[in-house]
Write a protein that binds this ligand. Sequence first.
Ligand code: COA
Length: 300
Amino acid sequence: MDSRPSFPLGGYPRASDPGNRLAVHAGWATTSGMSTTPRGAQRVLTDRKLTAAQKYRRMVVGEVGAAAFLWYELCTSLLSSWPGAVGYWLRARFYPTLFRRCGRRVIFGRNLTIRHPHRISLGHRVVLNDGVLLDAKGTTGDGILIGDDVFIGWCSVVTTTDGTLELGPGCNIGAWCRIGTYGHTRIGAKALLAAYVYIVGADHEATRTDIPIVDQPSVSRGGVEIGEGTWIGTKATVLDGTRVGAHAIIGAHALVTEPIPDYAVAVGIPAKVIKFRRPASAPAPEAPPRSSGASANPLE
Ligand SMILES: CC(C)(COP(=O)(O)OP(=O)(O)OC[C@H]1O[C@@H](n2cnc3c(N)ncnc32)[C@H](O)[C@@H]1OP(=O)(O)O)[C@@H](O)C(=O)NCCC(=O)NCCS
């Protein structure tokens, strides 16, 4: 059986698609029928009608059968923190059975948090370093699709709720990153995310002032797309609904609020293009003047 996940090259909703602006996240309160209940995980975990077992299922394992539930409990509680080479060996032996698909020679670090693994696919030779959290909760979307040779660094969080999150083959996620989405977020092949990068996959609706923002629904602008071969500098933040082009560079501490073209180098808050890298086979595009008040994005 070919256990490799497939990576569609496009065709999923983008922020610019008609009707895709501020899609209210399915599953929680809607704008018209807004309640004053807390949101997301808080909503589930503080729901007085749910039992502890129901909450655990909803937040951690999902709607799986009793056998799968017990197997998950056994594997994670016995093997998660097992130290040394024996721990790596045992996890490599048994953890693949938890996932929707798992390729060969995957390395499972210590103290991973794996939630809803039946909605997660791992390619060959994926590395999940110690402390990584993968969470694919929800019932819609394709969950998490991780390509071959992907490396996810120490304590990074990769999460989707009712969405699809793709990490393309060979991409490298540094330590302490957070990638989340309620929509469809894609990190392209061989993209490099430095430590502490935040890919923001949703927003909070804030249109009403009569109730707190925490009680208003989550909204999605469709997710984020990071092009292949792109380098995102440390502590950069990429907001929901934006696209960073292929082979671009985003400077350390930048805030990406608008599309960044292929091969561009963008820095600052908000991120503005300061120059272009020269593709091997093409002359460098002219960099826009930095001092003009207009947007520096040449695609606009
Ligand atoms: C974006 C970056 C690649 C640009 O490097 P560079 O091409 O050598 O650019 P320069 O150093 O010549 O800087 C060009 C201009 O951009 C400014 N600049 C560079 N990086 C910046 C940043 N992160 N934020 C704001 N301004 C930045 C410089 O001050 C300079 O401004 P000036 O022309 O007014 O003097 C680099 O500065 C950077 O941020 N790299 C990320 C490093 C990182 O996160 N590493 C983690 C390890 S994976």
